[in-house]
Design a protein around this ligand. Sequence first.
Ligand SMILES: [Zn+2]
Length: 92
Amino acid sequence: MIEILRKLFESNPEKSTIALKGKCSDCGYDVIIEITPVSSGFGLQGGVLLKCSPDGYFAKCPDCYKVHPKIDDHYKPQNINVPLLDKTGSRC
Ligand SMILES: [Zn+2]
C-alpha cells in the first residue's frame, strides 16, 4: 500500500496532496480520498484505501470503514466486481 502511494508522489513531485477518486467497495458511494505525506507514512482524509493485491487497492468511505475496518473474505480483489449471489443460494 505504502509503496503505491510513494510511487504516486514520485510521479507527481510537485504535489503535496494527491486526491484519489474511487467508489466505496461496500456501499458504492463515490469517495475522494486526499493523501498527504506525513512523517510516519501517509495521512488519508475522506476515506480509506485498503490494499487488495500487490499493486492494487480499493476505497472505502469512512462510514463503512467504521463498520468493517478489514477486508472481508468475499471482498478479495478477484471478487470485487462479481455479484455475490452465487454464494447465497444453493439451488440443488
Ligand atoms: Zn461505504
